[in-house]
Write a new protein. Sequence first.
Length: 536
Amino acid sequence: MTTAPAIQIKRHRDPLSPRPVLDRSTLTKSLNLQVGTLKNSERQIDLFYQLLHRSGYIPLDSFVASLRDGGKADECDDADARVVNFRTKNAISSRAGRLPQLSRSFIRFLAENCASNGGFVTLTSKVKMHQTSADGSTTKIAVELQDGHVVESVLMRHEGRATLCVSSQVGCAMGCTFCATGTMGIRGNLCSGEILEQLVHASRILATETSSQKDESIKKEKHKRLDLIRNVVFMGMGEPLNNYSNVLATCRALIDRRLWNLAHNRVTVSTVGVTSRMRDLTRDLPEVNLALSLHAPNQKMREAIVPAAKGTPIESLIDALDEHMMALTKKKLSENPQESDSDDRVTSDSKQFDKDERQTASKKKRAMIEYVMLVGDTSSIEAAHQLGKLCEGRHLVVNLIPYNKTDVRDKLSCPSEEHMQEFRRIVSSYGSFCSIRRTMGADIAGACGQLVVEQEKHLNTLNDIEDGPFCENTSIKRGKKVNKAKDRDKTPSLDHEVTTANKDVNMIRLLTIATAISTSCFILSAALLILQRKKR
């Protein structure tokens, strides 16, 4: 048994100090406060991030030194400065010749706002642990944030490319019954800088792997080089659209050709279903992909496994998803008055588009439905027909996700391969493109739905993933197991009795310690409150 005093979990996030320089909004505010109106300030910030990206995100003090010396940074004792820099690929930073220089005022601002006095640093987080699957295709990365919280990201290697699944929050407030992250609750949002830092860490891991390869012929083959992340999906810990401003800023940095230079359709934001924010994303950044974690074909079933679904009609979510897919086509028609006049289709109802227009739109970017396959009503044949009808005529992509078991007490299970293939066939018969997602990283708990900080697994003993709508009361089941064990061994040995007695003694000691610590914390809190009131 693990007692509360052994592992202390913060229920909130403290203000970051030093601050992440990759958080553009924070850097801009600080620059405006200290320097005032700087000529071409936005252009200066763009150039700064471009130069920092080219440097491989070396420590900020070394970066400033390189700007002042007009050359490379001196050797630094900081371990980050000695990490193998990852290869960059973008249209501007790879051009021959020198880039424009930052102004002296901006360089002086950076020098005065390095890590000292709560200033800025290049990376506020660090890799606490990373673990690679047996087949080498997947690496789960535990990233420790500055305030002690830990988030997880997953690096997936494909032929000639790599995909990174990033986290946008510490924990998650949506509480999906089949998702490990949902057992954590919500701690707080990640700023855009902290999200981008996950890409830096993953890129360095890839670059280190590439540099350690002994076969030079493999390194020279362009299609086998994996030191570039070409896809980013917001499918890690947290609900991205509940951290909208920071996720939006991150997406803009990812598709910026001067920085990460990802194609628009290589960035995917996944949501459980925040309708208003889905429409905001369609307005602000219609080029990126949007994925809806639906998991059920009707409102009643969805509310049973996705608590956040209450009050959000499933039809409105599908409409918002469909409008996102057709946003660029709608924009194109609105820019062509002749087409819009002859065919009155530029309305808020995206159902008016014909099949060819939908097919063309789906090639530019994807609007995807994610559907976890659980043994129960949501994966029945009837549910397959309901899901097919729900998506009929919209040209959406339906991605069936085999349920991935975790190492907690799990009573949910995945249907057979034959059943999932039949489910897929039925959904496809209604006109949607339906596929079964390949499971990657299940052996390292890095697959879909498995991300949860290791220490959380020991604390959440009363509300685990298996407490879903398709299982019986877990306490009853556990009780039956205990009784069966007693029936099998009705004459316990003396050693067994001694062990049980020792466990009881240890339990009493742990409870005593826990009580003492709780009392001390209460007294200290009361004293601090009294002292604060006296100061007022």
